[in-house]
Design a protein around this ligand. Structure first.
Ligand code: GAP
Length: 469
């Protein structure tokens, strides 16, 4: 069941201005514009030293929930390049497109449904060839006349092999899902899994988006975390669909996303993707509005049915319980790795006033935090203190991401770690040399406890295990 929907205007975003996140991300090494020294390339972003840790942690958390902890789901890692016929069969060559309009004077191109004044349009309106004239839409930059919409296919093409000819065209996959479908038979036969079972995959996908933007929200190269659940046709799929909705919502909440900033939104019939019988999005209240974070789809037998027909390979399943043979239906949960990392980053951001000064904190769930612990010397000029710090960091780093920093005074070092979301700092001071103790400081409460150096690692590991739940 879908929960009641919060009033969109009543829920404030974690950050009013997206620039705050973009600037922090750049300054602290989460996300950089791609190829920046060449002026950048639109819609591609690179993850820096902290960003790669965050995104890897997000992917690990997803994999743990979707594969490791489930006896009924296994993983694959299929190629980005596939047989080009796959995309004809899947319907992407024919139908994976957005409506594009072009300004007659400045030649700028827009996705029709993202122009100002189209917010309330249905998909049926969007498909109307007269829509530009009917609504008197003009170029938002120079007011020029816009063309009638035409469908623009979002798949990137390239050539396989040394000859650039039509027959050598292959596509960069626009979803990981097809790599799981074409391996359905291999996976079932090699694992002997009985229905219902799932195939999970994390990997890059590519879409030549007409209007990318909003930082890493919509890119042309991005990562997906998709799970395809193969089930009995009809009711079997309807039941599985309802079961996956709360599970996926619970995952975002478990890793700390503010519940009020999450909601479900069902697709209207004229909005459904070409493969979907039913679709419900998990949406997040981004600084630029409620937007899709993940899609949950009932894809029916669209994919396996068509691949079976196109290849002549039987993709039927024999159900030993009922002695029936059928092509399984698919319930898909399709999340964006970048969108999820972006959501966790944005939702974790907070500003506080502490003793008259602004404190910026990324309150990540400890599992997602890039560094779990920072080891800081009170006096960087004391070799004996620094040596102890390095020994402790090296020991912690055997199991978790731990960092040493001595580039500022201790107060500033704490603030820097708060700003990148490090849950715990350990400070070693002159007394540590005498009493063998260190101070552990908690990011959120700023409480400090003094413990034996030998206890630092067990305490941090215990707190980390608690964050995992
Ligand atoms: N296999 C189904 C599928 O791909 P989708 O709703 O088109 O469904 C699923 O995409 C998820 O992939 C989205 O919810 C989003 O998180 C992510 N995604 C899609 N396009 C994206 C883009 N251009 N940039 C970043 N993430 C994107």
């Amino acid at each position: 069941m879908i929960e009641s929907q919060p009033d969109p205007n009543a829920v404030a975003p974690a950050v009013a201005n997206l620039d705050v996140i973009v600037s922090l991300a750049k300054r602290r090494g989460f996300v950089f514009p791609s190829s920046e020294i060449y002026g950048g390339i639109n819609a591609v972003w690179d993850y820096g030293p902290l960003g790669v840790e965050l995104k890897n942690n997000v992917k690990r958390a997803w994999w743990r929930a979707m594969v490791q902890e489930r006896d009924d789901i296994v993983g694959v890692d299929a190629g980005i390049l596939m047989h080009p016929q796959v995309w004809v069969t899947s319907g992407h060559v024919g139908s994976f497109s957005d409506p594009l309009v072009e300004c007659a004077s400045c030649r700028r191109r827009y996705r029709l449904d993202e122009l100002p004044g189209t917010e309330e349009l249905t998909q049926t309106d969007i498909k109307d060839p007269e829509i530009v004239d009917r609504l008197k839409l003009t170029c938002p930059v120079d007011g020029g006349k816009l063309s009638a919409p035409r469908r623009f296919n979002l798949m990137f093409k390239t050539y396989m092999g040394p000859v650039e000819e039509e027959a050598a065209i292959v596509y960069l996959r626009p979803e990981t899902a097809q790599g799981s479908y074409v391996n359905f038979k291999n996976v079932r036969e090699s694992t002997r899994k009985k229905l219902p079972f799932g195939i999970a995959q994390i990997g890059k996908s590519f879409r030549n988006e007409i209007s990318p933007g909003n930082f890493v929200f919509r890119m042309r190269e991005f990562e997906q975390m998709e799970m395809q659940y193969f089930v009995r046709p009809g009711e079997g799929a309807a039941t599985a669909f309802e079961e996956w909705l709360p599970r996926r919502m619970a995952w975002y909440r478990a890793y700390g996303v503010t519940p009020e900033r999450l909601r479900f939104r069902e697709h209207a019939p004229d909005e459904l993707a070409h493969y979907a019988k039913k679709a419900i999005d998990v949406e997040y209240r981004f600084p630029f509005g409620w937007k899709e974070l993940e899609g949950i789809h009932n894809r029916g037998d669209w994919d396996l049915g068509r691949h079976q027909q196109a290849t002549g390979e039987s993709l039927e399943y024999f159900d030993p319980a009922t002695e029936e043979k059928y092509v399984p239906w698919i319930v898909e949960t399709s999340a964006g790795g970048d969108r999820a990392a972006f959501t966790f980053l944005t939702d974790a951001y907070r500003e506080e006033e502490v003793r008259g000064e602004k404190r910026v904190v990324l309150g990540f769930n400890a599992e997602l935090a890039p560094y779990k612990v920072a080891v800081l010397p009170l006096l960087k000029k004391r070799d004996d203190i620094v040596e102890k710090c390095h020994a402790l960091r090296d020991d912690l780093a055997k199991d978790i991401m731990a960092v040493y920093d001595d580039t500022a005074a201790i107060g500033k070092l704490y603030r820097r770690q708060d700003e990148i979301g490090t849950p715990w700092c350990v400070c070693i001071d002159v007394d540590s040399l005498e009493d063998g103790k260190a101070t552990i400081r908690d990011r959120d409460t700023m409480e400090q406890i003094r413990v034996d150096l030998s206890q630092v690692k067990p305490i941090v590991m215990e707190r980390l295990a608690k964050a995992r739940g």
